[in-house]
Design a binder for this molecule. Structure first.
Ligand SMILES: NC(=O)c1ccc[n+]([C@@H]2O[C@H](COP(=O)([O-])OP(=O)(O)OC[C@H]3O[C@@H](n4cnc5c(N)ncnc54)[C@H](O)[C@@H]3O)[C@@H](O)[C@H]2O)c1
Length: 256
């Protein structure tokens, strides 16, 4: 295997691993030799995913993890250490969107949901992942968004939460660099995962996709494999000097 994408002997933790980016990333890391600790709140989908991976010979542990609960984030790390002896990579991917809401109609409830899942999940995830990586170093990728890099019309609470993910990423990166723990964020533009194709954002799907694509220089949304390829490169042990970055994968949107 090409050493740049060889994860043999490494243990990777992924939250939100039952769908979308997390699911595909688990498959790609498993194929390349990593042992996996997978968490999600959708246990039917997660168990099916874990069974499929185990049948292909991947070492995998799956557990219910609601990332808004610190105890669940801690349990993911404890499972990695108990089952595989070490934690080398973590991807704080679990996240939720909200429907399009004009700014003057945003509510406390919507912001609370965003903070609970999208911010606390990353903060408490990293807190325990870093503790487990302090001796031997590691690599953490947090999933932010293009909405974390700039204004995002009608998804204001999501944008606030994804900006916070970048603040947490940069802070952990500078604080933990001396321990050889690299922390980076990935910032995808709209991509065809269930979040976009089946979720709250999917009313009048064709029209919505056309409207979103019109704002992208490549005039299309992303495909999940285009995001996951970059996640793999960010996690690679060969990528040893990228730290504290928020990497846009966006068809050129951020170049405007
Ligand atoms: N798809 C996009 O266009 C896009 C763009 C930018 C960023 N993102 C981000 O990518 C990440 C993955 O999203 P996706 O597009 O794969 O969506 P998805 O809806 O397909 O997958 C998200 C997964 O997270 C899980 N989840 C939700 N709440 C959870 C919680 N409290 N604890 C644990 N798991 C939980 C869901 O059950 C689901 O399996 C999210 O953080 C999302 O904000 C997505």
């Amino acid at each position: 295997m090409d050493p740049i994408l060889d994860f043999t002997g490494k243990t990777a933790l992924i939250t939100g691993a039952a769908s979308g980016f997390g699911k595909l990333l688990a498959e790609e890391l498993g194929k390349r030799g990593a042992a996996l600790v997978l968490g999600d709140i959708n246990m039917d989908a997660l168990n099916a995913q874990a069974e499929g991976l185990a049948e292909q010979g991947v070492k995998v542990a799956a557990l219910r993890c609601d990332v808004s609960r610190e105890a669940d984030c801690k349990a993911m790390v404890e499972t990695a250490l108990a089952q595989f002896g070490h934690l080398d990579m973590a991807v704080n991917n679990a996240g939720i969107a909200h429907g399009f809401i004009p700014f003057d109609q945003l509510t406390e409830e919507v912001l609370d949901q965003q903070v609970n899942v999208n911010v606390k999940g990353v903060m408490f995830g990293m807190k325990h992942q870093i503790a487990a990586m302090k001796e031997n170093g590691g690599s953490i990728v947090n999933v932010s968004s293009m909405a974390g890099l700039g204004g995002a019309p009608k998804i204001g609470a999501y944008s606030a939460a994804k900006h916070a993910v970048i603040g947490l990423t940069k802070t952990a990166a500078v604080e933990m660099a001396k321990r050889n723990i690299r922390v980076n964020a990935i910032c995808p533009f709209y991509t065809h995962t269930p979040m976009v194709d089946e979720g709250e954002l999917s009313q009048d799907k064709a029209a919505m996709h056309a409207m979103l694509a019109s704002g992208c220089p490549m005039k299309r949304l992303g495909q999940p494999e285009e995001i996951v390829t970059v996640m793999l490169m960010m996690l690679s042990p060969a990528n040893s000097y990228m730290n504290g970055q928020a990497i846009a994968v966006d068809g050129g949107v951020s170049a405007f």
